[in-house]
Design a protein around this ligand. Sequence first.
Ligand code: GUN
Length: 294
Amino acid sequence: MEILNGKVVSQHIKEEIKKEVDQYKLAGKRAPHLVAILVGDDPASQAYVASKVKTCGEIGFESTLVRYEADIEEKILLEKIIACNADKDIDGILVQLPLPKHISENKVIETISPAKDVDGFHPSNQGKMMLGLPTFIPATPYGILLMLQHYGIKTSGMHAVVIGRSNIVGTPMSLLLSRNAEPGNCTVTICHSKTKNLKEICLQADMVVAAIGKANFVTADMVKPGAIIIDVGINRITSTETKSGYKLTGDVDFTAVSEKASYITPVPGGVGLMTICGLMKNTLLAYQNQCNKS
Ligand code: GUN
């Protein structure tokens, strides 16, 4: 069994991006600029956004963190996005999800200019992705593809089982794995909360992508020997082992499943770090597109 090490791969990708950014700066150009918008004080969202902002600093991007109270009016948020859309010095905009119930996530996503939608959530970018046209690929599936690529894992012909059908991970991941591309060319089964015989389906998988948001959901008895296991889950569970009183765990029972898998991503230190790389690569692309226009 080999660990798919998000720390090593993300470090490598961040260094590559930084080199490119340094070249732009040497040529007298401004840095790529990401705006991250956080509404409310959900601890997980705060931690994700803080990591994104920190990574921008490490690779030479400019970043702006915009914070609003949880009870902010939807109109104020939409106006801020419209102002960011119009600002030529901003390349990428992300609004951390989930948002408070009184704000329409769809409206927010549709307000972000598709050219600055570095999360790849805008319907126009999702449509382009479906058609295989160049666009921003949602950061988590993108990060997983980068991870598979880095390890030279050839997925062609594999049966991939994706557990979870969210717009952010499961749905785009299943589409990308089925495309005529490498990584890709998989036969894909999407499983979700209503799937019958989940265990039997998982046992047929050459690759399992677990994105269901339930701690230790994928157990060793669901995994075929030699399968590749990609764990997208980042679940906070209470723990007596840590000072904070909680620890992060994935959707996969890592200890038992790692004994059967050929490759497996750990949590933390796996897909989460790759998601940030996907976002940074999208922001660099948005910057390059914007610079080529002006
Ligand atoms: N919430 C969970 N994952 C993501 C992501 O990739 N982007 C944004 N904006 N919010 C998220």
